[in-house]
Design a protein. Structure first.
Length: 375
């Protein structure tokens, strides 16, 4: 744990932190950070060694995302989605697809994103309405995906659609420059996560061959729930635990250094000490719960999915709670945006609405714990 987590913290300090303020202020994609990520081949984290990657898995995914998020939630989220799609290729791609994609993902030539959400199905992204028809040996995709994070920067998007060959869903890898693909280039103006570059993607008569489908026709629902789901839900847990850790470190530092005329500091006030104690306990618990859930998934424990969902629910709540309390400690200075807590609070609010939303997930957890099918 310590090696990869600490290495990624160092990377974040050098290549992510210098850009976080501008990424938020100007709502720009963290391109410099991703250039460095590609150069240092961190895009290769989940690519097996035989394809030129690092051959790592769920635990290191969580550790890396957590380390990045404790500096910048936006960068961590975009990176997390790249890993999720990569892992789906590793697990379900044909040998031909793996040969074509994995070495290039490993060396930073290909960055991936997820285009699942649609305006119609909203948080229920596993119920797409994208239309698929077939002509000769090509599949033709028509429709609109909403909220594509890393749009324009990711080379390929993993897209879910109803299968035309059989019942169920298909997962497709669609290149951003394929004829018929375009983005509604409105600048993402979200409350937080402002560098995400999320925007709608239009697919108009996009022709694609079956070699870009992951797995057998109709198998994507199983991919979404068994492969994409755990890596994505755990990834969100890591992102929002990272936000809580960032707020915790920031406010402790601020409380120690904010001086009154009598030379006492904020941190000398017992009420503030109690708040800090609560913040630290919550943020640290979110971190350790996320890492424990990752371990349970990696070691195939029976209740791994329940742990992963639960860690994500916990982290989502903790991030908002910790940032809210930190805003109180930061006083007018925090409210006036002179320290970064307000940014972290805005980022934290995304946790509850990102699909599967916390309300939906909490129902799923209840089902999982009582042996009922999800969703
Ligand atoms: C920062 C950010 C980045 C994103 N990036 C991507 C991306 O890269 N790719 C992608 O595919 N999507 C992405 N999304 C989309 C996102 O994950 C959701 O799909 C989208 O926010 C759903 O929006 P909606 O308004 O249509 O939700 P709705 O479906 O209208 O839901 C609205 C509210 O109703 C609640 N609700 C709905 N159904 C139920 C139910 N059955 N039980 C209980 N509560 C329910 C939800 O919890 C939610 O709070 C992103 C979203 C955000 C905020």
């Amino acid at each position: 744990m310590d090696n990869i987590y600490n290495k990624m913290l160092e990377f974040a300090k050098k290549h992510i932190e210098p850009y976080t303020t501008d990424v938020d202020k100007n709502a720009t994609f963290p391109k410099e950070s991703f250039d460095a990520l590609k150069k240092e081949r961190i895009t290769a984290l989940l690519v097996p060694k035989e394809y030129g990657g690092m051959g790592l898995s769920l635990e290191e995914h969580a550790q890396t995302v957590l380390a990045f998020a404790s500096t910048c939630a936006t960068t961590a989220l975009c990176y997390m989605m790249h890993n999720v799609a990569t892992n789906c290729i590793v697990t379900h791609g044909s040998e031909e697809l793996k040969q074509k994609f994995l070495p290039k993902i490993a060396n930073g030539e290909i960055l991936l994103a997820l285009a699942y959400s649609e305006s119609g199905s909203g948080t229920h992204f596993y119920q797409p309405e994208l239309k698929v028809t077939k002509k000769d040996n090509k599949y033709i995709l028509n429709g609109r995906k909403s909220f594509v994070t890393s749009a324009l920067y990711a080379d390929y998007c993993l897209i879910d659609a109803n299968s035309i060959d059989t019942e169920g869903l298909d997962n497709w890898l669609v290149h951003k420059d394929l004829m018929g693909v375009s983005y509604q280039e409105s600048n993402w103006d979200g409350l937080g996560m402002r560098g995400n570059a999320s925007m709608p993607m239009l697919l108009e008569n996009v022709q694609i061959g079956s070699e870009y489908r992951l797995g057998e026709a109709g198998s994507a629902e199983e991919q979404i729930f068994n492969t994409v789901g755990p890596f994505f839900i755990l990834g969100l847990s890591a992102v929002y635990s990272g936000v809580a850790l960032n707020a915790c470190n920031t406010i402790i530092d601020y409380a120690k250094n904010r001086k009154y005329p009598d030379n006492t500091t904020l941190s000398n006030i017992p009420t503030v000490q109690n708040h800090i104690s609560k913040i630290y306990t919550k943020a640290t618990s979110a971190k350790h719960f996320t890492l424990a859930a990752a371990k349970s998934g990696a070691t195939g424990q029976e209740d791994a999915l329940a742990q992963i969902i639960s860690a994500r629910l916990n982290a989502s709540e903790v991030a908002v709670d910790v940032c809210t309390l930190a805003m109180k400690i930061g006083g007018g200075t925090a409210y006036a945006k002179r320290i970064k807590i307000e940014r972290l609070l805005r980022d934290a609010f995304a946790a509850q609405v990102m699909a599967p939303s916390t309300d939906v997930l909490s129902t799923w957890l209840g089902k999982a714990l009582t042996d009922q099918p999800i969703p």
